[in-house]
Design a protein around this ligand. Structure first.
Ligand code: FPP
Length: 247
């Protein structure tokens, strides 16, 4: 029986977040440049998005480019930015066909005008789609996001718009880039690295974590299904006892 066939339809994770890692090693293993790995990484994005649409996942968040990735060699940064903004531009038609809404989270101010315009256009043209929400984390890091939220909250406190006593978890959540998006149920990281790497640190507080040795370009529908089957075997307690959960 395939993993796809083992998935229980009544417990599909509502929100899956993925750290797509291993493009460079995938290319190197084939005697190719890192760029080749990223190109194949885009193909994997396409496959996994289709699989999530078919499974009825509501949110898929992909860590495409971190704040720290700006420190890579300029040629790779430029290539990745161009690759992603062109891939997203080309994807708009397919997104509409599959009722996918594109959202981007991250520090858009660091992108080139061309990339930013492409992404804004993609968000605008898909904003009425109410199927899968595909959230691309681009120029994103959790610490950047939290600092940004703290600044916004401090400004409001300074101007008298809110009193510090009103600051609670909901208020902080609502100032993050993911405001309105439920926290991930399942976080997957490919390529055998066991780190969160500054990704959704607030939002992943109670997510189930799944790590696989598979490199991102090889991550396909069956690999995703395997992760979901594993997730479905877990008991999510949110700090409670097992007995409380089974009541
Ligand atoms: C990590 O592999 C991958 C990245 C930094 C880029 C991920 C981007 C894509 C897969 C393209 C996304 C496209 C869209 C449309 C969202 P790595 O380069 O760190 O690999 P390594 O660890 O083997 O060196």
């Amino acid at each position: 029986m395939t993993y796809r066939e083992q998935i229980r339809k009544d417990r599909i994770p509502r929100h899956i977040a993925i750290i797509m890692d291993g493009n460079g090693r995938w290319a190197k293993a084939r005697g190719k440049e890192r760029f080749f790995g990223h190109q194949n990484g885009v193909l994997a994005v396409d496959k996994i998005t289709v699989a999530c649409v078919e499974l009825g996942v509501e949110y898929l968040t992909l860590y495409a480019f971190s704040t720290e990735n700006w420190n890579r060699p300029t040629a790779e940064v430029d290539f990745l930015m161009d690759l992603m903004s062109e891939a997203i531009k080309k994807y708009i038609e397919k997104a509409c066909k599959n009722n996918v809404r594109l959202l981007v989270i991250g520090d858009m101010s660091r992108l080139t005008d061309k990339s930013r315009n492409n992404l804004n256009e993609a968000m605008r043209l898909t904003e009425k789609n109410d199927g899968l929400k595909l959230v691309i984390a681009l120029s994103y890091s959790s610490r950047w996001e939290i600092v940004d939220a703290v600044k916004k909250i401090a400004e409001k406190a300074k101007s008298g718009e809110l009193d510090p006593s009103q600051i609670d978890e909901d208020l902080v959540s609502n100032h993050l880039t993911t405001a309105g998006i439920p926290d991930p149920d399942l976080m997957i990281r490919t390529s055998g690295e066991y780190r969160i790497s500054n990704f959704l640190m607030w939002q992943l507080s109670y997510s189930e974590l799944y790590f696989t040795e598979t490199l991102w370009p090889d991550f396909d529908e069956e690999e995703l299904s395997k992760a979901i089957v594993d997730y479905q075997k877990r008991e999510r307690r949110f700090g409670k006892t097992s007995e409380q959960i089974s009541k």
